[in-house]
Design a protein. Structure first.
Length: 536
């Protein structure tokens, strides 16, 4: 019995709710409030009444005025002509004017035609054909309309206006013009919030202004603060840069952009491509920061240089004329004739000097170059010479068991046509090399000197000039142990060497054979920090 009682109770509630809904939707009669002239006879088709002069109707709180009308009382509808005006008493959120109106009091649908102007507290809508659902406060147009909101004008072929939500949905050939052409948007589907002034787009959308172009298939633009968020195949272009990403946030007021996931930024002037999963762009002053799988690709003489680091930053110096590059932590480089690994790197186009910090290793063809700190000097985008500080070591393999070695406190190496041809070694110079004849290695030369100059041919030692304090001699191979044929701190890092572009993402910890304190100039300290700015 108890279960049956519960079921009976729910049925009563269900019927009550249904009855309430029917009652709420029940139509009311359209009333005539005023007319200067009234005519009604059997000759008028459909039993209509003719109203002329200062005509006014009421249905609930809705007031409708016009110059003349045909009123069909039995059908609870009328047709209004000239100076048509619809509004609601005590409600200033809707006000519609037109040349013609057909109103059905049973469905509460108002069909406005010719020179339709609809106003609410925020926007004005202009069209020649508008259907308005008075019961739900929703307007529809299918043949084009223009909406004006302070500094913004929006047009489209189709649209829905939701008065209670203060939202307008635009469909087909949507165009947004802001501040008399300051920027333009072209979209397929768009929603505009008349209160927040934010446009939301849900299909292919293009954004233009005098210098920038953006494209995406989903996102929003806030016309109040000029902030935007573009997602799905997002593209940003300016005369010098192009950025593609899964999503892009951009603040036009401060010219600051953030790109997220699968980011590719191209500098067409410098022929530089930067990739990563998080990128920030600043324009005043111009600066680009990228992290999370960051990769810089620079095209030099038809060859590409690939550089990876935890964070890559490129900006202009104080003069605003010369670009500066920073690569922070776990930096790796691959180029066909040049590879490197270092903790951090700095490069300025003012003097075209590359600075390597934190256990740097450079591989230049057959030569492995290590030091505490390395400077590489570029001329016409080619490596001209390099300097090693605080203990440099150059190694070249003669065979798998024997290595030519040059060691010194400081060194300068010179290149010609990308080949090392001369090395100056200063302060406690030391060399070990294996001379070769047609039968192979015939000995090992070990020497020490204060300063020496080494001349190379085909990347191999050809002549050694000892400047002072020479000490050394030639030894038969059998007279020395493998350890004696290597300088202190010898380390061969061929397995760590990048052999293809993707190897720059593989980091190797370099074994430490020396306990000397490493010098890091104060100029390499970074003051940069990454701030992920919330969107919307």
């Amino acid at each position: 019995m108890r279960i049956n009682s519960i079921k009976y109770f729910y049925l009563i509630v269900l019927f009550a709710l249904a009855a309430s809904a029917v009652s709420a939707q029940k139509s009311t009669k359209v009333e005539i409030l005023h007319s200067n002239f009234f005519r009604s006879d059997k000759d008028i088709g459909g039993g209509a009444q003719r109203l002329i002069g200062n005509v006014a109707f009421r249905q609930d709180s809705t007031i409708m005025k016009c110059d003349s009308a045909w009123f069909f009382s039995e059908k609870n509808m009328f047709e209004a002509f000239s100076n048509v005006h619809l509004f609601k008493e005590g409600d200033n959120t809707i006000d519609i004017k037109s040349n013609f109106l057909r109103h059905n009091g049973n469905t509460k649908m108002a069909q406005f035609r010719k020179n339709v102007v609809m106003r609410d507290t925020q926007v004005v809508l202009y069209t020649d054909s508008l259907d308005y659902d008075i019961r739900r406060d929703i307007g529809y147009y299918l043949y084009g309309a223009r909406i004006v909101d302070s500094a913004t004008t929006l047009t489209s072929s189709k649209g829905h206006y939701y008065n209670k939500k203060r939202e307008i949905y635009f469909k087909d050939k949507v165009i947004v013009l802001h501040n008399k052409g300051e920027y333009e948007m072209y979209s397929d589907t768009l929603k505009y919030d008349t209160q927040t002034k934010i446009t939301y787009f849900f299909g292919p959308t293009e954004f233009y202004n005098d210098t920038n172009y953006m494209y995406a298939e989903f996102g929003w633009y806030n016309t109040n603060n000029n902030k935007s968020f573009f997602k799905q195949n997002a593209i940003y272009n300016n005369p010098n840069q192009s950025i593609t990403a899964d999503s892009i946030f951009y603040d036009r007021n401060i010219k600051h952009g953030i790109a997220y996931s699968n980011v590719v930024a191209t500098d067409t002037v410098q022929q530089v491509v930067i990739k990563g999963n998080y990128l920030e762009v600043f324009q005043n002053p111009e600066k680009v920061l990228v992290t999370d799988s960051a990769l810089l690709i620079h095209i030099v003489d038809g060859d590409s240089l690939f550089l990876h680091a935890d964070t890559i930053i490129t900006e202009f110096d104080t003069s605003g004329e010369h670009r500066i590059f920073y690569a922070y932590h776990h930096t790796r480089i691959f180029k066909s004739n040049f590879q490197a690994q270092t903790d951090s790197l700095f490069f300025s186009m003012v003097d075209s000097v590359l600075q390597f910090y934190g256990s740097p290793v450079i591989w230049a063809q057959e030569n492995q170059i290590t030091s505490t700190f390395i400077e590489a000097f570029m001329i016409d985008e080619k490596l001209d010479h390099f300097k090693l500080y605080d203990g440099g070591l150059i190694i070249a393999m003669e065979d798998t068991a024997h290595f030519n070695q040059i060691k010194g406190v400081e060194m300068t190496g010179y290149l010609r046509n990308n080949k090392l041809y001369k090395i100056d070694v200063f302060k406690k110079s030391e060399t070990i090399y294996f001379p070769v004849d047609k039968y192979g290695i015939f000995g090992v030369n070990k020497s020490k000197s204060t300063d020496i100059t080494i001349l190379l041919k085909n990347n191999k030692m050809n002549r050694i000039i000892y400047r002072q304090s020479y000490e050394g001699k030639m030894h038969p191979l059998d007279d020395l142990t493998p350890k004696q044929m290597k300088v202190r701190d010898f380390i061969w890092l061929e397995k760590q060497r990048p052999v293809e572009p993707n190897d720059v993402f593989i980091w190797f910890d370099i074994p430490k054979n020396s306990k000397k304190k490493k010098r890091r100039p104060s100029s390499t300290k970074s003051n940069h920090s990454i701030q992920k700015i919330p969107i919307h």
